[in-house]
Write a protein that binds this ligand. Structure first.
Ligand code: NAP
Length: 299
């Protein structure tokens, strides 16, 4: 029986683990993919305090190292269900493993949003990708497209422009939501073309993606690409825990800055909860708030 179980090993979950351990609690962090969470997909992070520039994976490793140095246990498991057991919780995992904790922090983050075009799912891994850091190398020397207008899309386009022959950056508006500094860096790249006010309407290719059909300001356009990197934001992964916390219309935990839920002993932190600013720093801040709330609850 742990004092606190944290589901999710991104910046929110690992910061919560560090704070909870330093308060003298026994802590388990359960992560289903990679410790560091979404940030492991970012080639370069330049807005996390204390780091001029660091790769997302390196930052994730440091967060993990810090939590473990403070005494946190970690498990690579997928938490599928939580149950109330007495005054605590049981966490049931995909593999059949079961863990018990007196308090629980959900820091499950969010997963990539899909475009919703026909055959998108079918072509995942055959041209359709959601992580330039993970899959970009497969398209070295090939033409690709990135879809989205936020920091993720801009960063993906920058990264891909280093190895791909051509990068189309497709955005549904006339201006980007992401940082101007990234836009300016992209403008310097000769192999990057901005395709503004455009939407992907169809995917071409039989077994492998070979091109996109776009609608740009009412005009149909086709571009030949071997890869499409979808970077249009994320959606939460809270459905499995919905019996224990209120969700908003988009599926985010309907909790305030105090990270409390309607279930005593259950807390939420980071991108999985409703919030106006989703950043590494705000996720880490939530981790601290949720951990200290859990510590107070236990005492
Ligand atoms: P985001 O900021 O929410 O941007 C999503 C983009 O996708 C928006 O431009 C949006 O268009 C577009 N979009 C959404 N749905 C779409 C659809 N169905 N079809 C076409 N386009 C669609 O998401 P993000 O870029 O993943 O970033 C998430 C958060 O992480 C942000 O706060 C970001 O700043 C942060 N981040 C930070 C770093 C870093 O280095 N520190 C790196 C990556 C991300 P509209 O503009 O029209 O809404």
């Amino acid at each position: 029986m742990y004092d606190i179980i944290i589901i999710g090993g991104g910046p929110a979950g690992l910061t919560a683990a560090t704070y909870a351990c330093r308060a003298g609690k026994s802590v388990l962090v359960i992560e289903k993919n990679a410790f560091g969470g979404q940030i492991t997909w970012s080639p370069k992070v330049e807005n996390f305090p204390g780091f001029v520039s660091v790769s997302g994976t390196e930052l994730g490793d440091k967060l993990l190292e810090q939590a473990m140095a403070q005494g946190a246990d970690v498990e690579l498991e997928e938490a599928k269900e939580i149950r109330r057991e007495g005054e605590g919780f049981a966490v049931l995992c995909d593999s059949g493993m079961r863990f018990e904790g007196r308090a629980l922090i959900l820091a499950t983050g969010a997963k990539p949003r899909m475009l919703g075009v026909e055959r998108e799912e079918e072509l995942v891994g055959s041209g359709v990708c959601y992580c330039a850091v993970c899959d970009g190398a497969f398209y070295a020397g090939h033409p690709v497209a990135v879809c989205g207008g936020g920091n993720s899309a801009l960063q993906d386009a920058l990264l891909l422009s280093e190895s791909c022959s051509k990068v189309y950056l497709i955005h549904r508006r006339g201006s980007f939501r992401g940082e101007q500094k990234l836009v300016e860096a992209l403008e310097q790249r000769e192999n990057v073309e901005f395709v503004m006010n455009a939407a992907v309407t169809a995917l071409q290719g039989e077994e492998e993606l070979s091109g996109l059909v776009l609608e740009q300001e009412g005009v149909r356009r086709e571009i030949a690409v071997d890869g499409l990197f979808v970077a249009i934001g994320h959606q939460p992964d809270n459905a499995a825990f919905a019996d224990f916390l209120a969700l908003d219309g988009a599926g985010y935990a309907d909790s305030g800055e105090d990270c409390l839920t309607e279930t005593p002993g259950l807390f939420v932190a980071g991108d999985c909860r409703k919030k106006s600013v989703r950043q590494l720093t705000t996720a880490a801040a939530d981790g601290a708030v949720a951990a200290l709330a859990a510590v107070q609850y236990l005492s």
